[in-house]
Ligand binder design. Structure first.
Ligand SMILES: *[C@@H]1O[C@H](CO)[C@@H](O)[C@H](O)[C@H]1NC(C)=O
Ligand SMILES: *[C@@H]1O[C@H](CO)[C@@H](O)[C@H](O)[C@H]1NC(C)=O
Ligand SMILES: *[C@@H]1O[C@H](CO)[C@@H](O)[C@H](O)[C@H]1NC(C)=O
Ligand SMILES: *[C@@H]1O[C@H](CO)[C@@H](O)[C@H](O)[C@H]1NC(C)=O
Ligand SMILES: [Mg+2]
Length: 381
């Protein structure tokens, strides 16, 4: 029997809001993992600290004493939207480095994540058959830190009472505070980084979109007419993510992008970019999409992702999986754009901007009253 809960946490420091989620898919066991496995890859953070010839011995010991930190998103409770999940994963990645635990990721709702994201060579976050067998003899514990950051920041995983296999549910987490608190335990690539840098460096080390997802991104990216003069400006593909929150069953005032202000945004685009640039707009609002299509015609290359209410989704798994897949595709498209205009109250949007290879031509917008918005250029670090 499917249940649905509304979810809402404000995190004033980061201005991120979690969205409505729904739960309905049966648990998909990790033993169905399709990816080949190399247990040593999961230990490579240890590898860096010791000389090559000690590795085999260490790995043997590690197999016996190995401890896990597992990001868990199952049907038993809400996990938030994709933005929430990404924050949770990055936070636990940092903690796994600090506490020398092997990071695993279990996302089974509304759809298993494995057809869409795969592990890197360095961090295999899918439990192997061998590891799953080993789990049987280990103590496990599940902690629920959804919407409450402090316990996670202060958790001492050195403490002997903490189970060898620790499952954690978390979303709105201050991963920057973790990185600052434990700076001396983190690798060089995470030191002296801002929020965007910590997120991008962490994410790209663990999560790789699968070909199934990437092929769709490539298809959209190469669609439409690419004008050579527009290309010369370096701002040929202009993208925006406009989350209104209006089609979601939210029980609080989300403060999303006001649809009536969309003309103002088109004016900004017209005034700043080449008139033959291509336009990609990801939105949860059909009116905004229609407006973009009628305004830009063949310049509009998407998104056409289905825009469905969670109520409909939880009763229809086909729809839920398709919708989740197109969310992954849309976010990766936003990452690829020459120009990105993102919405400052959406983790999905913010993370797309963090993940850009170069942090230029990025603008953020935020509702400013009921019918308008403010826009500024973003400078990540
Ligand atoms: C966790 O421990 C309980 C009690 O020992 C056991 O029944 C359960 O199967 C374990 N679950 C996992 C995933 O290891
Ligand atoms: C965990 O304990 C070890 C051994 O006492 C210590 O070296 C390490 O600094 C501790 N880690 C943290 C994050 O406190
Ligand atoms: C696009 O811009 C060019 C150069 O500024 C101008 O000559 C042309 O008329 C514009 N085309 C449209 C459709 O606005
Ligand atoms: C579920 O959604 C899909 C895709 O929109 C649709 O084709 C199908 O008819 C729906 N199934 C049910 C039972 O509503
Ligand atoms: Mg969210």
């Amino acid at each position: 029997m499917a249940t649905k809960k509304k979810l809402c946490w404000y995190v004033p420091l980061v201005l991120m809001i979690c969205m409505v989620v729904w739960h309905s898919i049966p648990f998909i066991t990790e033993s169905r993992s399709r990816n080949p496995v190399d247990i040593r890859n999961a230990m490579s953070h240890v590898k860096n600290e010791i000389s090559q010839n000690v590795i085999p011995i260490l790995n043997e010991q590690k197999k016996i004493n190995e401890k896990y930190l597992v990001y868990l998103c199952d049907e038993k409770r809400d996990c938030g939207g994709w933005g929430d999940r990404q924050r949770g994963i990055v936070s636990l990645f940092l903690l796994s480095l600090v506490w020398k635990r092997t990071l695993k990721i279990l996302i089974s709702t509304p759809c298993d994540i494995k057809p869409y994201y795969k592990p890197t060579k360095e961090y295999n976050w899918i439990f192997t058959e061998e590891e799953l067998k080993g789990l049987k003899g280990k103590r496990n514990k599940t902690l629920d830190f959804m919407g409450i950051d402090v316990p996670l920041i202060d958790i001492n995983l050195n403490s002997s009472e903490i189970a060898e296999v620790l499952y954690i549910k978390t979303n709105c987490f201050h991963f920057v505070e973790i990185a600052q608190k434990y700076v001396k335990f983190l690798p060089v690539y995470l030191k002296n980084k801002g929020r965007a840098g910590i997120f991008r460096e962490s994410w790209n080390r663990i999560m790789i979109p699968t070909d199934k997802v990437l092929s769709q991104v490539v298809k959209i990216e190469s669609s439409g007419v690419i004008n050579s003069d527009a290309k010369k400006t370096g701002k040929e593909l202009v993208c925006a993510h406009l989350r209104t929150g209006l089609t979601e069953n939210l029980n609080y005032d989300y403060g999303g992008f006001p649809p009536v202000a969309v003309t103002k945004l088109w004016n900004f685009i017209d005034g700043h970019f080449h008139n033959k640039s291509r336009i990609f707009v990801a939105t949860d609002h059909l009116g905004i999409r229609k407006s973009a299509i009628s305004k830009y015609g063949i310049r509009y290359i998407g998104s056409y992702a289905s825009n469905v209410h969670p109520d409909t989704m939880r009763s229809n798994l086909t729809l839920a999986c398709r919708s989740q897949e197109s969310a992954y595709v849309d976010q990766l498209m936003l990452v690829k754009c020459d120009v990105l205009i993102y919405y400052r109250r959406s983790g999905f949007s913010i993370h797309a901007s963090y993940l850009k290879t170069e942090w230029r031509n990025i603008y953020s917008i935020l509702r400013n009253g009921k019918s308008t918005f403010s826009l500024k250029e973003a400078h990540h670090n």
